[in-house]
Design a protein around this ligand. Structure first.
Ligand SMILES: NC(=O)c1ccc[n+]([C@@H]2O[C@H](COP(=O)([O-])OP(=O)(O)OC[C@H]3O[C@@H](n4cnc5c(N)ncnc54)[C@H](O)[C@@H]3O)[C@@H](O)[C@H]2O)c1
Length: 416
């Protein structure tokens, strides 16, 4: 399995037919075709990984609840199925060499509040994937985890796999992080499970920060839409706050290398291991997002407000969202965990272990390029203040008053 040199971003699929067939290095005889399943393969990372692998000659099954929004590459097959559906997994995992498990729910926005679905997908789905890997004698499983399994809102500077423990389960910032942490541990515990008829299941986990790249769907369009509604007039948190990001191509590279490092040819070096994966750079989020404001033609957030105000605003928005859910959908602009964690608190990680053991060598990419692609694909015209801006201003004012009242009464949430 090798990543396609043409790159794995969704659009790269269009010239997939030109990818060279995979050959044995020693003899130039065609190697047996590998078959992999990517759960969550309709999503951004899963589709990118599947397309890259297919272009290098691997037979790929993309398994997802929802259809991919990009055209399938030759060599990929899409199966619309739920990762919690045992029968569907049994059929899909037949004759498979490696499963990349990245189906997940609840990462951002309103999804973050859907506790039952988060639990059953992230924990229940992972249990099911492990069980069926064993049953169908799949020898390798790579799980896409997240840095959130060790980041619970307390600063981490240049953390590594040995020095930073899991966040205690009851102290996670949100249900998504808690369930991803359980799934991360379940996957690592499954390493070494004997397979029926001989062989062993080898597993590893990759822990990326936020993903960016061309046609990324989860973060960039959401932030851009907030900017266009002029909801990002405010900045909060310390200017020294740092975090990592990972370009989708670097993350695809890491997945391919991790799967190879679970084979005998690589001495099973990744067996039972976790790896932080990022671009190898630490940035401040507001500086990082500067190209987005610039290319959309809006000024950058210039009103500095206390993090405590934004946190209380997030509480109000979450409650308004939950109260109105039976009538209409009003997704919170920011959730509590987004405010108290990623944006306001430094959390950066070393990638030395991935470099040394996997041979991971992140390429240099720029967020501005992803923004350029986004701007080209959308009409970005400045508009006047929307109703939501007024709502946000009112909520911020209310949060400020609440913060003041809590301060005076001596009752303070931990973030204040
Ligand atoms: N996007 C990020 O910034 C980020 C950061 C850290 C970790 N991750 C992890 O990377 C992985 C991929 O993220 P992504 O950005 O491609 O997200 P994504 O939302 O684009 O993809 C996830 C996919 O999982 C699918 N899915 C959800 N529930 C399912 C179910 N029950 N059965 C089958 N499919 C189901 C969704 O339909 C979706 O297509 C996830 O595991 C996520 O937790 C993402």
């Amino acid at each position: 399995m090798q990543p396609s040199p043409a790159g794995p971003s969704p659009e790269a699929c269009k010239d997939a037919g030109q990818a060279p067939p995979q050959k044995s290095e020693a003899t130039s005889v065609q190697a047996p075709r590998q078959k992999v399943v990517v759960t969550g393969g309709g999503g951004y990372l899963g589709f990118s990984l599947g397309s890259s692998l297919a272009k290098s000659g691997t037979s790929v099954v993309l398994l997802d609840l929802r259809k991919p929004q990009w055209e399938l590459c030759p060599g990929t097959e899409f199966i619309q199925a739920d990762v919690r559906d045992e029968d569907a997994l049994v059929r899909a995992f037949e004759g498979v060499d490696c499963v990349f498990h990245m189906a997940s729910h609840g990462m951002s926005g309103a999804e973050k509040l859907q506790k039952e679905q988060i639990e059953s997908t992230n924990v229940g789905g992972t249990k099911r994937v492990i069980e069926v890997c064993v049953r169908q004698r799949v020898p390798r499983l790579v799980y896409t985890s997240t840095v959130n399994v060790v980041f619970g809102g307390r600063p981490i500077e240049q953390g590594d796999e040995d020095s930073v423990p899991y966040v205690p389960l009851e102290k996670h910032m949100d249900h998504y992080s808690r369930t991803k942490a359980i799934a991360d541990q379940l996957t690592l515990m499954a390493n070494g499970t004997p397979l029926p008829g001989g062989g062993t299941l080898r597993t590893c986990v990759l822990r990326p920060p936020g993903i960016y790249g061309p046609e990324e769907q989860r973060h960039l369009p959401r932030v851009a839409s907030h900017i266009k509604k002029r909801l990002f007039l405010f900045r909060f948190g310390d200017r020294g706050t740092r975090m990592n990001w990972v370009h989708v191509r670097n993350l695809v590279q890491a997945h391919v290398l991790a799967a190879e490092a679970l084979t005998a040819a690589r001495g099973y070096v990744a067996s039972g291991q976790a790896y932080y994966i990022n671009d190898g750079e630490s940035v401040n989020i507001f500086e990082w997002m500067a190209p987005l404001f610039e290319k959309l033609g809006y000024s950058q957030p210039w009103i500095q407000v206390p993090t405590s105000w934004v946190y209380l605003t997030a509480i109000l928005m979450e409650n308004v969202h939950l109260a109105l859910r039976p009538i209409c959908s009003l997704p919170p602009l920011l959730t509590r965990s987004e405010v108290s964690g990623p944006v306001a608190v430094t959390h950066t990680f070393r990638i030395a272990k991935a470099r040394a053991q996997l041979g991971y060598a992140p390429g240099k990419f720029s967020f501005a390029d992803a923004v350029e692609r986004y701007v080209q694909s959308t009409a970005a015209r400045p508009r006047g203040p929307a109703a939501r801006t007024r709502l946000l201003l009112a909520l911020l004012l209310l949060a400020g008053l609440l913060a003041l009242a809590l301060h005076v009464s001596g009752l303070r949430p931990s973030v204040l």
